[in-house]
Ligand binder design. Structure first.
Ligand code: C5P
Length: 208
């Protein structure tokens, strides 16, 4: 039997991370949040005092990445968001992370990111492209930051930064954010986490 791999892509705060986590539990397979890889690379570059847009520094950081980097406490927030999106446009970074992601998926897994269905796992039997309107997504991110406590940028700033990051992810040359041809589109604008999971489960039943 072919191991069940599910490829989930979509823009920031679309609900793909929560969905991926819950689907993995339901399906009994491991989950990899691939955004963490880019966030951890971005952090390493910042630690080294370099610019995340510097291709050589970013590639060095990606090659040096170790699993413990993924459990760092400082991978969320506006600074990490921006650094991740910058290193993510460097082809050497993407190449360095590819093997790890494919090996992770081997025995069946749920991976979520931007290029899982298009580049990392083009043969995945199930591909979901999770999306939602910009205002809805910015509101979710705002609530998430508020609930985590500490200083929170105002809503307009969050929305503008999110729009800029999405635009960069969609228009870069290296593995741009786009739905794979065989991806099912799941718009979560009017769905909560339970609703999104139910829709995804229905899509999976119909695909397999
Ligand atoms: O999903 P998350 O918001 O954590 O991703 C952070 C950044 O990492 C994204 O804005 C994107 O630039 C990059 N990324 C990527 N490919 C992936 C996952 C994340 O380019 N598969």
């Amino acid at each position: 039997e072919r191991p069940l791999t599910v490829a989930i892509d979509g823009p920031a705060a679309s609900g793909k991370g929560t969905l991926a986590k819950r689907l993995a539990v339901v399906l009994g397979v491991p989950h990899l949040d691939t955004g963490l890889l880019y966030r951890a690379v971005g952090r390493r570059v910042l630690d080294a005092g370099a610019d995340p847009a510097d291709a050589a520094a970013a590639t060095d950081a990606a090659v040096a990445l170790v699993p413990e980097d993924l459990s760092r406490a400082d991978l969320r927030g506006p600074v990490a968001d921006a650094a991740a999106a910058k290193v993510a446009s460097v082809p050497g970074v993407r190449a360095a992370l590819l093997d790890f992601q494919r090996r992770f998926a081997q025995g069946g897994a749920v991976l979520d990111g931007r290029d899982i269905g298009t580049v990392v796992l083009p043969d995945a039997p199930v591909k979901l492209f999770v999306t939602a309107g910009l205002d809805v997504r910015a509101q979710r991110r705002y609530q998430e930051l508020v609930s985590r406590g500490g200083a929170v940028p105002d809503f307009e700033t969050i929305r503008a930064e999110m729009a800029a990051r999405d635009e960069a992810d969609r228009t870069r040359t290296a593995a741009p954010l786009r739905p794979a041809e065989d991806a099912a589109i799941l718009d979560t604008s009017d769905l909560d986490a339970d609703g999104a999971l139910a829709r995804a489960e229905a899509i999976i039943r119909w695909k397999l």
